[in-house]
Design a protein around this ligand. Structure first.
Ligand code: FAD
Ligand code: NAI
Length: 469
């Protein structure tokens, strides 16, 4: 059995693990990063953020050519879909980016190790099943960054063809006539948008009586209304109790979430997207004595250290928002801590973005959370119908909403539904990181005509003095 020795062995090359590996190498540590996949980048690059955004972009262009360009005076006849080419473009985007991380590893002298890793205990990781055969990596520290996997649902057996998770939904070889989505969260609404734009009828079955739980309620309501206008059908307050496959499709048994008469719902393809769970299969955590909580998330302290000295964990597998940028920030900070520096992640200022059209972006507290905490706050809101750039673009669905502490005017949350919401929210994220007041944003000169002026106007509206409304 080959043996090698490192300062740090990172398990998982997703956005958490690969960023941690590079940051640790920048700080002078010798680092190996192990992943079962040969292509680096984890869920995010291979079967998550990047392929889904590639398809969102392509499907948006298809829908634009079909339905929008004519209003700009551009006549396009005979728009047809070449799904094979669309999927091939997505694959090329993915391989370009995963290859880019391999180059970054080389540049930073991070050793890539392919295979399934197992934690033997503090200071030793075994790797099996890769081209290097079975090997033991000795190390001073171990970082677990093994991510997450799609959560299962009893009675709904995934085959990644007729009943798919997001992974299968990224590679469907034909456009389903009827796509039934279970779960009205990030994946269901993004992948539902892709296939609806390409021609599917899309029905979303959601257990709760609202979509996107956790999102500001007013924004979620508006979001659902816009999606309905686009053709989405919703069955809220409904649970799926079983799925039966036949040649022609899938029959779901559904019933009211609170109990009641069951009924059936037919679809050619069913997308199961009811959340993700930590992925720690075969990692040997039990034998190594690493503590996990009752849902399987690895437990860590404020320095990302587990109950065992020298074993750290970050990213989706420790819980919190399952977002690539959250994993990345944790990875960088954890590497700094392992290298003897200090650092922390500000969980109050992590944006969440749904990349539908319009996009939905949020940061900080929702109105519901502020009410529950008894915090006195003021709301500033500005609709995109009153923003000149949105009007010039004929893209006026949605609004910017800024929540500020009533006494101090400090911005405590922001929620945007609208064009490019995911981009324009970042001035508020930076503002929150710096502890700014709504008035600071309101007095900052914003370029005209930009969508960002809606942010300035919402900040002005906190003090009841929006100009264009
Ligand atoms: P992961 O990216 O899951 O990486 C973990 C890696 O560990 C994997 O490559 C896995 O193979 C490896 N691994 C696991 N166990 C072992 C082992 N024993 N040995 C060796 N290797 C192992 N987030 C966003 O912020 N924006 C988005 O737009 C977005 N879109 C998404 C779209 C989809 C369809 C999905 C599924 C997710 C999306 N996410 C998005 C979430 C994002 O992908 C995750 O939050 C992020 O990838 C988590 O990073 P991570 O490093 O913790 O883990
Ligand atoms: P999710 O947590 O976003 O949404 C799951 C939805 O399913 C919720 O609305 C929930 O109430 C519902 N649900 C749960 N059990 C159900 C049941 N039995 N029947 C019907 N509905 C049920 O999870 P999703 O969409 O699977 O995505 C997983 C995670 O991946 C997200 O939480 C997010 O962290 C990440 N992601 C992020 C993206 C982004 O940043 N744009 C895009 C895609 C995924």
């Amino acid at each position: 059995m080959a043996e090698k020795s490192y300062d740090l062995v990172v398990i998982g090359a997703g956005p958490g693990g690969y960023v941690a590996a590079i940051r640790a190498a920048q700080l002078g540590l010798t680092v190996a990063c192990v992943d079962k996949r040969e292509a680096l980048g984890g869920t995010c690059l291979n079967v998550g953020c990047i392929p889904s955004k590639a398809l969102l972009q392509s499907s948006e262009k298809f829908a634009e050519a079909q339905h929008e360009l004519a209003s700009h005076g551009i006549a396009v006849d005979g728009v047809t879909l070449d799904l094979k080419a669309m999927l091939a473009r997505k694959d090329k985007v993915v391989s370009g980016l995963t290859g880019g991380i391999a180059m970054l590893f080389k540049k930073n002298k991070v050793d890539q190790v392919v295979g399934a890793a197992r934690v033997v205990g503090a200071g030793a990781v075994t790797v099996e099943g890769g081209p290097g055969g079975t090997q033991t990596l000795d190390c001073k520290a171990i970082l677990i960054a093994t991510g997450s996997e799609s959560a299962p649902l009893a009675g709904v057996e995934v085959d990644e063809k007729q009943i798919v998770t997001s992974t299968g939904a990224l590679t469907l070889q034909s456009v389903p006539e009827h796509l039934v989505v279970i779960g009205a969260g990030y994946i269901g609404l993004e992948m539902g948008s892709v296939w609806r734009r390409l021609g599917s009828e899309v029905t979303v079955v959601e257990f709760l009586d609202r979509i996107t739980p956790g999102m500001d309620g007013e924004v979620a309501k508006n979001f659902q209304r816009v999606l309905k206008k686009q053709g989405f059908k919703f069955k809220l307050g409904t649970k799926v109790t079983g799925a039966k496959k036949s040649k022609g499709g899938v029959t779901l048994t559904i019933e009211p979430a609170q109990g009641g008469e069951p009924s059936t719902l037919e679809g050619d393809v069913v997308l199961l997207s009811i959340g993700r769970r930590p992925y720690t299969d075969g990692l040997g955590l039990g034998d190594a004595g690493v503590a996990v909580d009752n849902r399987g998330f690895v437990q860590v302290d404020e320095n990302f250290q587990t109950n065992i000295e020298g074993i750290f964990a970050i990213g989706d597998c420790i819980g919190g928002p399952m977002l690539a940028h959250k994993a990345e920030d944790e990875g960088a900070v954890c590497a700094e801590i392992i290298a003897g520096e200090t650092g922390h992640v500000n969980y109050e200022a992590i944006p969440g973005i749904v990349y539908t059209w319009p996009e939905v972006a949020s940061v900080g507290k929702t109105e519901e959370q502020l009410k529950e905490a008894g915090t006195a706050y003021r709301v500033g809101k500005f609709p995109f119908t009153a923003n000149s750039r949105a009007r010039a673009n004929t893209d006026t669905d949605g609004f910017v909403k800024i929540l500020a502490d009533e006494k101090t005017d400090r911005v405590v949350g922001a929620h945007i539904i609208g064009p490019d919401a995911g981009t324009i929210i970042h001035e508020i994220v930076l503002g929150m990181e710096l502890g700014v007041a709504a008035e600071d944003i309101a007095r900052t000169c914003h370029g005209h005509p930009t969508l960002s002026e809606a942010v300035k106007e919402a900040a002005l509206a906190v003090a009841g003095r929006a100009v264009h409304m």
